[in-house]
Design a protein around this ligand. Sequence first.
Ligand code: MD6
Ligand code: FE
Length: 213
Amino acid sequence: MLDLFSEDSPWQEPLAEGAVILRLRARDIAERLYQEILCIADQNPFVHRITPGGHRMSVAMTNCGDLGWSTDSRGYQYSERDTQNGRAWPAMPTLFRHLAQETAREAGFTDFNPDACLINRYEPGAKLTLHQDKDEKDMRQPIVSVSLGLPAVFQFGGFERGDATQRVLLEQGDVVVWGGPSRLRYHGILPLKPGVHPLTGAFRYNLTFRRAH
Ligand code: MD6
Ligand code: FE
């Protein structure tokens, strides 16, 4: 039976022009996504990187795909190898690529073909201060973000750091797609509240898919 009002089916929540939350869109594949993350981390472990300013990031990161995003004393960049250990990034799993392409299409972005997937791991207290994603070459390409594990408060702002922000809770399976006029909005994650998630334990994971080059 078709239940139009079931809370169990994914729904769309617009954030701003060009930005939408596909609620619970990845819920049914969350376990498979998580297994892929563990497999990638086996090959290239999560690391707390040091920013150009000398700060240790509270979020631990790894990548998969042709390119990976990282930071060190020289700055922020995409590269084919992990600058810390010299190894090529693990391949992007087909499951990841398909999810990113399908959800981008659902949000109105056809022909999204990500070459980079940044994987962030948050522990209690970990946060991402307001920032813009501007290290990619083609700003017409969207970013697709997938949340797993513990919930977190996402801040979605304007085009200046000091602009007012919306706050939305992102939970396991939520996918945010943004691009177009929203591509350069400031955004961040508030400090993660401690908790225990049935799939990921004490952590939140976030995948962000990009076309970097
Ligand atoms: C996070 N996300 O959700 C951090 N960036 O953990 C991001 O920084 C982000 O969700 C660009 C586009 C979507 C995002
Ligand atoms: Fe970002």
